[in-house]
Design a protein around this ligand. Structure first.
Ligand code: HOZ
Length: 427
């Protein structure tokens, strides 16, 4: 029996809240119902209705090699045949930790967890435990997973649903989270002048990806680093999306900045549920069992997930020159998209960093959450629908990033540009 996406969504809503296991997948903000996926290979994803799309969601970032890469699948199969979980340490965890420490100069020690949310949540607890302070500072529109302290003025699904936070988070806890606009170093400085000595950590996406893609202004991250040092604040770079995305390691443009902690996820799991947080030895050694800050997980460092992640990282390491081609291919895609919109007189701001990009339907420069919100969401929906109809699967929300993988070919890029021409022709 072959079920349609429509039928599966109806049935799913009876037993899964909203019919999905993560809100943005419901396609609510783009006025559609979700496509249910049957399988995916390389740059292409197929739904249960028999349609094949060029995929720019890529599982929200992890599939940088493309879907079902044979080497990764083989590593998963081999690991699974040896047992899927032991709840005891393995050699694979050591190998993964070594690879991460080698790739990130700021990371002396790393702890594996099962998601990016868990990584950020644990990093915050560690920063609080290390400093003995309770307040945290984040940037409006940045998203660091859905832990209680972090769902304040958050991006991603929270921005997509247009809500400021979430019921269920104690006010007393939310009050400890302060927010300032992304890229606004003056606002950050002012806030720290008042509260700096009570702030445990400053958490930031070095390239924001959850209010759509927003690059840091020159000097922004360097200034954050200096401010953190002045006030004895733990600086956390959330590289869940950006880690291994632009080059083998962290966001290269800030190579001279050493954050105290780094959160990772997505690519390091090769498509399996993995997160990690790591950093300076002195801070990491505060974690149990070396130190008093408690953090644990039955599936942390899971052998199958480690095998998928290691296989992915090895390929990236051994073909690091491919990053340049990937970033160039994405630049070509974005510059030609810009041209198509310009010729049609449709104002857009396309933010692209390496192989991630977002199209904002605005005549403004998008540099923070307020300017991201100037985008015409109706236009975005219309564009999304037009592209999906033409078999191009983009991130189904204005406040997310789309990604290009190493499996995307020139032909895929050309087909995407043709679809854009056809979509905007009707406008
Ligand atoms: N919030 C995730 C992307 N930033 C979406 C995850 C999902 O729906 O799979």
């Amino acid at each position: 029996m072959v079920y349609s996406s429509k039928w599966l969504f109806q049935e799913s809503q009876k037993c899964i809240p909203g019919g999905v296991n993560s809100p943005v997948r419901a396609f609510g903000s783009v006025g559609m119902e979700p496509i249910f996926i049957r399988e995916a290979h390389g740059a292409h994803i197929c739904d249960v209705d028999g349609r094949k799309y060029i995929d720019y969601v890529l599982s929200w970032g992890p599939m940088i090699l493309g879907h079902a890469h044979p080497t990764v699948v083989e590593a998963i199969e081999r690991a699974a045949r040896a047992g899927t979980s032991y709840g005891a340490p393995t050699e694979l965890e050591l190998e993964m930790a070594g690879m991460i420490c080698d790739a990130f100069p700021a990371i002396d020690k790393v702890r594996m967890v099962s998601s990016g949310t868990e990584a950020a949540m644990s990093a915050i607890r560690l920063a609080r435990g290390y400093t003995g302070r309770e307040k945290i500072l984040k940037f409006a529109g940045c998203y660091h997973g859905h832990a209680d302290s972090l769902l304040v003025k958050a991006g991603s699904g929270v921005a997509t649903l247009g809500i400021p936070g979430s019921p269920g988070i104690p006010e007393a806890l939310a009050a400890l989270t302060m927010t300032v606009p992304y890229n606004d170093i003056d606002a950050c400085e002012d806030t720290l002048k008042q509260h700096g000595h009570d702030v445990a950590c400053l958490i930031v996406e070095p390239v924001a990806g959850n209010m759509g893609v927003v690059p840091p202004k020159p000097g922004f991250l360097e200034s954050l680093s200096a401010l953190s040092r002045d006030y004895g604040i733990v600086l956390i770079f959330d590289e869940v999306i950006t880690g291994f995305r632009f080059n083998y390691g962290g966001f290269r443009s800030v190579a001279k900045i050493y954050p105290d902690l780094v959160c990772l996820g997505k690519i390091i799991g090769g498509g399996l549920p993995v997160g990690a947080f790591g950093g300076r030895k002195e801070i990491m050694d505060m974690l149990a069992p070396s130190g008093p800050v408690y953090q644990a997980g039955t599936l942390s460092g899971n052998p199958v997930a480690m095998a998928a992640g290691i296989a992915t990282l090895k390929i990236l390491h051994d073909h690091a020159e491919e990053y340049g081609k990937l970033n160039q291919r994405t630049s070509l895609l974005c510059s030609t998209l810009k041209k198509i919109f310009r010729e049609k007189g449709i104002p857009v701001c396309i933010n692209q960093v390496g192989s991630m990009f977002t199209i904002f339907f605005t005549d403004r420069d998008v540099h923070d959450f307020a300017s991201a919100n100037t985008s015409d969401l109706k236009m975005f929906s219309r564009y999304f629908q037009g592209m999906l109809t033409r078999n191009i699967n983009l991130a189904p929300s204005q406040f997310e990033a789309s990604f290009v993988s190493l499996a995307h070919t020139d032909d895929d890029i050309q087909k995407t540009l043709d679809a854009c021409k056809k979509t905007t022709k009707e406008w």
